[in-house]
Ligand binder design. Structure first.
Ligand SMILES: Cc1cc2nc3c(=O)[nH]c(=O)nc-3n(C[C@H](O)[C@H](O)[C@H](O)COP(=O)(O)OP(=O)(O)OC[C@H]3O[C@@H](n4cnc5c(N)ncnc54)[C@H](O)[C@@H]3O)c2cc1C
Length: 467
């Protein structure tokens, strides 16, 4: 569509300062954090900045009538091409719409607009002794709208669950422009089993079913104390069973993370002063709760790790805990250092594996890495089997990029073969839709029927989730 006529039409809905159609402006919206975005240029026809639900509704009504694709966007930190306009159309940049409308401390909930940045929200809640538990690594950048659309999580999901567990209700603009509120129109209840659970349907729908313009989120009391155990293992195989042993001991840590040998090497090359022990696996167990419970759990976890042949250090001192965490917090930035000309690509980076097959999955990833001649740095949320596998390649070598594509496909297929999933938290977007049929079987058709019922013209973020 010619940008001029689109702009003219959009000017009947929005002010001129809410619309961008210039080439440079539109190019700025042709990326997210995926490797895919560096290899393609999906440039939208227009970018708009709505500030009210009625504005979003008018845009969608217009787009439906004209069959123009509409792509909601938060901060663009997604790793799957989810917010890219792969079929052109209008990008809705919701990031400036970032009000926290209300924190209802008595009812342990908050009402927020889609563009609120996760870390800012938690800073605000901290003043009330509350927090919003999902905790993506992109916390300082990503929006709550993007988190809800992707059902994001992070290291605390092991104890607190994912974003879906904290969404009590949503205001959604459907493709037709109709506005609905899920979870009860005026409800402030925490429990609600009245009607179909539409809230769950929209959480994780990656912008394909409607636009989230307001969310009612459940809040949690901040735990009084925290502690951290770092356990090191000379053999990779010894580490995963320790996680299950800790659960058997009746302990549910707030986070359980792993760094494999490649991740340890990468961190030590990036920041030698971190001086992580050169072993095959490091496990980090974060525990939280009341001070005596934290103390007891920390000691129990250390004992379990030592019994399994590991070495363990345990601390509740904030400075020492920060030191012990340092390797894990640096690993994403450090991964590329594993080779001098390397770039860490976000592809095949989010597999989810049953707990009893994590060790096998990590070994298989090492084997695939050797087979394709590409280093893969592995780390992540072993507590719920969500492993981040980061291929490091020379992106200027077409031959190596081709090998990386084959490796990424093999990693995705490995996850499915081991009864896991191609994605634990980052989503499907454009890059994993090819696996939908194998992962979901006949359920895929049921998903497509729902999509068709809510968006018969397929204008909402087309090309995502489904092939
Ligand atoms: C360094 C780094 C670390 C990361 N760590 C984690 C992690 O630990 N856990 C994790 O889960 N993810 C992680 N991610 C991925 C990403 O940050 C999350 O998926 C995040 O929730 C995306 O938010 P966003 O605002 O950037 O959304 P975007 O990337 O802008 O959009 C993501 C998807 O949501 C849709 N969308 C956005 N806003 C709306 C809305 N209002 N209504 C409807 N649909 C909408 C988009 O269309 C798109 O499909 C990480 C990314 C990076 C770069």
């Amino acid at each position: 569509m010619a940008s001029n006529s689109l702009k003219r039409d959009l000017l009947t809905i929005l002010n001129s300062n809410q619309i961008r159609t210039g080439e440079i402006d539109r190019r700025l919206y042709s990326y997210d954090s995926s490797f895919l975005a560096t290899r393609n240029s999906f440039i939208p026809d227009a970018v708009v900045f709505p500030h009210a639900t009625h504005e979003v509704a008018a845009i969608l009504k217009y787009a439906s009538a004209q069959s123009i694709p509409v792509v909601p966007r938060g901060a663009g930190t997604g790793e799957t091409g989810g917010c890219l306009a792969c079929r052109g159309g209008i990008v809705l940049d919701l990031s400036p719409w970032n009000n926290v409308d209300e924190v209802d401390t008595s009812n342990m909930q908050a009402f927020v607009r889609p563009g609120v940045v996760h870390a800012r929200f938690n800073r605000q809640l901290s003043d009330h002794g509350l927090f919003f538990p999902p905790d993506p690594g992109s916390s300082q950048m990503c929006t709550l709208g993007g988190m809800i659309a992707n059902n994001s999580s992070g290291l605390r999901a092991v104890k607190y669950g994912t974003t879906e567990n904290y969404v009590l209700g949503l205001r959604i603009v459907l493709a037709s422009g109709e506005v609905i509120t899920t979870g009860g129109v005026n409800s402030r209840a925490i429990k609600n089993v009245s009607g179909l659970n539409l809230t769950k349907l929209f959480v994780g729908s990656e912008g394909t079913l409607g636009v989230i313009t307001r969310a009612r989120l459940r809040l949690w009391p901040k735990p009084a104390a925290k502690g951290l155990v770092m356990a090191t293992f000379r053999r990779l195989e010894d580490a995963p069973p320790v996680v299950q042993e800790v659960y058997r001991a009746g302990i549910m840590p707030s986070g359980v993370e792993i760094l494999d040998g490649t991740a340890i090497r990468a961190v030590n090359m990036y920041r030698p002063e971190t001086a992580l022990p050169e072993v095959e696996a490091i496990l980090l167990f974060e525990v939280d709760g009341s001070p005596p419970a934290v103390e007891w759990e920390g000691h129990q976890i250390s004992n379990v790790a030592v019994k399994a042949g590991g070495k363990a250090e345990w601390s509740t001192d904030p400075q020492r805990m920060a030191d012990l965490w340092r390797g894990r917090s640096l690993v994403a930035a450090a991964a590329a250092r594993i080779r001098p000309d390397g770039t860490r690509i976000f592809a095949g980076e989010d597999i989810s594996i049953p707990l009893d097959k994590v060790a096998q999955a990590l070994r298989e990833v090492h084997r695939l890495s050797a087979h394709y001649g590409i280093t893969v740095v592995s780390f992540g949320h072993i507590g719920d089997g969500n492993i981040h596998t980061a291929p490091v390649i020379d992106i200027d070598s077409p031959e190596e990029v081709e090998r990386a594509d084959a490796l990424v496909d093999a990693i995705h297929r490995l996850a499915i073969e081991l009864n896991g999933s191609t994605t634990g938290e980052h989503g499907v977007g454009l890059v994993r839709s090819g696996y939908a049929a194998i992962e979901h079987g006949a359920a895929l058709q049921a998903m497509q029927k729902i999509k068709h019922a809510l968006d018969p013209q397929n204008i909402m973020n087309p090309g995502k989730i489904w092939p």
